[in-house]
Design a protein around this ligand. Structure first.
Ligand code: FCB
Length: 447
């Protein structure tokens, strides 16, 4: 990859975070517990037995963090709101002190001319709702819509976009399918029912936010991958087709086509979700943008033991195959199959075992990862996919869910004992890359 691609001049360059992973202040100013607070109370759930009580202390250090974003010359920031901070029980009374935090954060971003992209739900359900059944209960979808309505009413005119969910696939499958994530349920049928309730809640929230006339574009963020057969055997090809149907199409088809993919429904058999009449109409409504999170592809091998991915470009500290061309292939496949709204790459990045040495973190592997994924993104745009922005995951090293603080995804290093932030080499590289992009003539005509 010798020449950097040229992105449109108005392309948004940003970084992404989520509330539970950085905020800390778990019980401050009236915040209620979330399912992740609860999940961390059992130390066997988190690899390093850590929790989100302090995390990056962003709740108190948000202005320093906004300064860092500004100092990198970035014009866009994606963050999530902790539902239990603004509505401790997930229904009923609002917590004004919680809203005041997001008011300060958005204000600080506005002051620096940084567009704020807000996600309503990045996995931290109020624990009070979990005790009433959580996402397995249809009622949660209706409570979520009321939360969305209130946020859109208060902030819809001050943010650049509102996404309902982040990666509902994870909430369903890791939270309810294999218990890796909160709330720690391992039951395939529940996971599938939860995925339907998440989609329903997305649709209900879209309607509620439209009702209050939110001027911010509204959408959803999905984690997606291509599914490649490991070999050319029928078994591997069937496996790949089913994997794509159960992950990407399972969420895309209801939103863009108004039905679940036949192949996946058949495979789910008696685990297929209970769907009420009218649900799919609620889910199937226009969205203003689609957020795509891309980290790796699915490599599908029906052999026992399965073949592992070739990982020609290496693997990350998470053990994920580095496969940039999968981003091009994914976007082209989506573009061919669906009538897409504008896309944002709402997450992309890698964990590496970074070391702070003499005040410096030399994370060349991350630089190469981001550079190659941006080239892959540009290739898709050149072939007609309308992508409006890129958010690197993540601004800061943070609480990486069940891996705790043992995995570092930030372009800014966090020394947790002191909360000292240090720019990694990748942060400086990204700053220069984005700056250079703004200076070059756009060659891409994707719209
Ligand atoms: C995504 C999550 C994000 C972060 C990255 C590494 O699945 O949305 O919170 O954990 O993975």
């Amino acid at each position: 990859m010798t020449h950097a691609p040229h992105f449109p001049a108005d392309f948004a360059w940003g970084v992404a975070t989520s509330a539970f992973q950085i905020e800390g202040a778990a019980y401050e100013d009236g915040k209620g517990p979330s399912i992740w607070d609860k999940f961390c109370e059992d130390p066997t759930n988190i690899k390093d037995q850590s929790d989100g009580l302090i995390a990056c202390d962003h709740y108190h250090r948000y202005s320093e963090d906004v300064e860092i974003i500004a100092s990198l010359g970035l014009d866009t920031y994606r963050f999530s709101m902790a539902w239990a901070r603004v509505q401790p029980d997930g229904k009923g009374a609002w917590n004004e002190a919680g809203f005041a935090f997001y008011d300060r954060l958005i204000g600080a971003l506005q002051e620096k001319n940084i567009a704020a992209h807000l996600t309503l739900y990045h996995w931290d359900l109020p624990q009070a709702l979990q005790e009433e059944g959580g996402w397995l209960s249809r009622d949660t979808a209706y409570h979520f819509a009321e939360y969305a309505r209130e946020v859109a009413r208060r902030f819809g005119h001050r943010v650049a976009s509102i996404a309902t969910h982040n990666e509902p696939w994870c909430t369903a499958n890791l939270g309810h399918g294999n218990a890796q994530f909160a709330p720690g349920v391992a039951d395939a049928k529940s996971a599938i029912q939860v995925s339907h309730h998440l989609l329903l809640s997305h649709g209900l929230a879209m309607t509620a936010m439209r009702e209050v006339g939110s001027p911010a574009p509204l959408g959803i963020v999905l984690n997606q991958w291509t599914a490649d057969p490991a070999t050319d055997t029928q078994a591997d090809r069937d496996m790949a087709e089913l994997e794509y149907a159960c992950s990407v199409q399972w969420f895309m088809d209801p939103i863009f086509k108004g039905h679940y993919p036949e192949l996946a429904l058949r495979a789910h058999g008696d685990k297929a979700p209970i769907i009420y009449p009218g649900d799919l109409q609620v889910i199937h409504q226009k969205i203003d943008f689609l957020g795509v999170n891309y980290y790796f592809r699915a490599f599908c091998s029906a052999e026992n033991p399965p073949r592992s991915a070739p990982a020609v470009q290496g693997i990350t500290d998470m053990g994920w195959e580095i496969y940039p061309q999968g981003l091009t292939e994914l976007l082209l496949a989506l573009h061919a199959e669906y009538q897409l709204p504008p896309i944002y790459i709402t997450e992309n990045g890698m964990a590496s075992a970074d070391h702070l040495e003499h005040g410096k973190i030399a994370d060349e592997q991350r630089i190469a990862y981001v550079r190659d994924h941006l080239a892959a993104l540009a290739a898709a745009m050149q072939q007609g996919v309308d992508v409006r922005g890129y958010f690197l995951w993540s601004l800061l090293d943070n609480f990486e869910w069940n891996s705790g603080y043992s995995k570092r995804f930030g372009i800014v290093h966090v020394e947790y004992a002191t909360q000292q932030r240090t720019l990694k080499d990748s942060a400086m590289w990204y700053r220069d890359y984005c700056q250079q992009q703004r200076g070059v003539q756009p060659l891409l005509v994707a719209r």
